[in-house]
Design a protein around this ligand. Structure first.
Ligand code: NAP
Length: 498
């Protein structure tokens, strides 16, 4: 999907040192692409002891990616060996480990180093790590992920519970689950997957639902040995990926977000409702599961088996509000105490964290916490004025939705590399977007975001920022691809001559 980007002046090579923060999908991509461009002085700092980001941190039972597996790969490292259409988390983790190994990237990754401060002084980034380590770089790339700070619910008495209680992204694998009374709080993509995975193992599985979700059915039968053997042929694999149809589906999805009356929106609503009507037998349960907001207002949940799981004899859907957590379990607002052994909190993430709590100080002492005091913003999700030579992969307000984040990061890299090449050419010492460019972009983006179903659909999803404005790309995916082709140089401020 990405092609190699060559930029005028790219041949004149100034030596630059690059630091990448995070060794998840995007950080690994940056490392590979920097080396491919001949930039060898690269260090990727990772706060944990393994690569993988989301796929390292999330290990909950049932963890699955809802992007088709063959599209959930780097364009330059396809994987014919996926076991099924929607791959399990451990397989994705294994894929990233293999790619990191294959591209010889481990020697530039420093594990267990959490960056706590970066300051731009004399055209260089000065970095401080929790361990006390110091480093500096000409270029800083933040590849720190979007959903990585768990959101603990503000439920009174949470610390009183005498059983096991943990967030879905901090799964405690030492806790026995078989034959236990388990509660899953939350029914986003995560909660739904956990319920499906645990219902047969638990003696009782209570699913606490505050807002019913639109559930899109999906077939996730494993690939046969013959199919996997056939995928070894790149042409067969490409045919399986069926880019034309896939891109069309992505366009329909984005159209449905932009225009709730679009054909795609009507189609998706009808498919989800048919799924509900045909899969859930008990009318009372069906009504409890019927969404009360517009489709795609929340991120669409894909599941091959959730409706089946919630009708299992061990399952109970709890729609009564949670009053508090007590030593023995959850007390709901109707006064009932639900006795439990395990409470899994599938309550989501702080979607506005990005690099933070790290402190980032740009030119002339500008503090990122002040720039982002209201909510995170960035020009085209990649650059910030006053923060020269600093670029983000999957930064604020980019197209995070039901799209393959890898393809998004590759497109962003393609764009960022053209800025990096300018630095590397020696023409400039510092490059960042202008204030006008970011403000103009954010104004247009905010106005468009208010026309989407995220804003008008009657929900309060993690897409909404602190001002209630959707913090995501409010236009088509095609527009994103167009924007990422090449920088509009008038929107960038270049300083100095090396
Ligand atoms: P989420 O979509 O933010 O859902 C959080 C859930 O917790 C919601 O159901 C919410 O209810 C509930 N909740 C929060 N606080 C609560 C409280 N105090 N009491 C009761 N319920 C509470 O989080 P997520 O399911 O972890 O998913 C986050 C994102 O991760 C997804 O949208 C997706 O982008 C990504 N993800 C992707 C996959 C994948 O397959 N690729 C899998 C998992 C996650 P309300 O809706 O009423 O607020």
């Amino acid at each position: 999907m990405t092609e190699d980007v060559r930029v005028e002046g790219d041949m004149a090579r100034k030596q630059i040192r690059v630091v990448v923060l995070g060794a998840g999908m995007a950080g690994i991509l940056a490392g590979i692409k920097l080396r491919e461009a001949g930039i060898d002085d690269v260090t990727i700092y990772e706060k944990a002891d393994r690569i993988g980001g989301t796929w390292r941190e999330n290990t909950y039972p049932g963890l699955t990616c809802d992007t088709p597996s063959h599209h959930y790969t780097y364009s330059f490292a396809r994987n014919p060996d996926w076991s099924r259409y929607l791959p399990p988390g451990w397989e994705i983790q294994q894929y990233f480990e293999q790619v990191t190994e294959q591209y010889g990237l481990y020697d530039c990754i420093r594990f267990n180093e959490e960056a706590v401060r970066a300051e731009f002084l004399d055209s260089r980034w000065q970095l401080t790590f929790k361990s006390g380590l110091q480093d500096s770089a000409d270029l800083l790339i933040a590849a720190t992920g979007v959903l990585h700070v768990p959101k603990m619910p503000a439920i009174p008495g949470i610390s009183d519970f005498e059983g096991a209680i943990f967030h879905s992204a901090r799964w405690d694998h030492s806790v026995p689950l078989d034959g236990k009374k388990i509660a899953v709080v939350g029914n986003g993509s995560t909660g739904v997957q956990i319920v499906s995975a645990l219902v047969e193992r638990a003696s009782l599985l209570e699913h606490y639902q505050r807002t019913p979700q639109w559930i899109m059915p999906v077939d996730n039968t494993p690939y046969t040995a013959q199919q996997r053997a056939a995928f070894q042929d790149p042409e067969v694999l490409e045919a399986e990926m069926d880019f034309e149809n896939f891109n069309h589906a992505v366009d329909i999805y984005t159209q449905a977000i932009i225009d709730e009356h679009s054909e795609g929106a009507t189609f998706m609503a009808a498919e989800c409702l048919k799924n509900l009507e045909q899969s859930v037998a008990d009318p009372e349960l069906r009504e409890k599961l019927r969404p009360d907001h517009k489709p795609l207002c929340y991120r669409l949940v894909w599941s091959p088996d959730f409706y089946k799981a919630i009708q299992h004899p061990h399952a109970a859907l709890v729609t009564e509000g949670i009053e508090r957590i007590e030593a023995a379990g959850i007390r709901t607002c109707d006064g009932v105490l639900h006795e439990l052994d395990v409470i899994a909190l599938a309550t989501g993430f702080h979607a506005d964290a990005f690099m933070r709590p790290m402190k980032i100080i740009g030119r002339n002492g500008v503090d990122l916490d002040d720039v982002w005091a209201d909510s995170p913003k960035a020009y085209l999700a990649v650059s910030l004025p006053d923060f020269p030579n600093f670029f983000m992969l999957n930064g604020p307000n980019g197209p995070v939705g039901n799209f393959p984040l890898i393809a998004i990061a590759e497109q962003q890299w393609r764009y960022i590399y053209q800025l990096v090449a300018k630095l590397r050419s020696g023409e400039v010492d510092e490059i960042s977007c202008t204030h006008q460019a970011m403000e103009r972009f954010e104004e247009e983006r905010g106005a468009a975001a208010k026309k989407t179903v995220w804003y008008n659909g009657g929900c309060h999803s993690w897409y909404l920022n602190a001002q209630g404005v959707p913090a995501s790309w409010p236009w088509t995916y095609s527009r994103f691809l167009d924007e990422m082709k090449a920088p509009n140089w008038e929107d960038f401020e270049c300083v100095g001559k090396a």
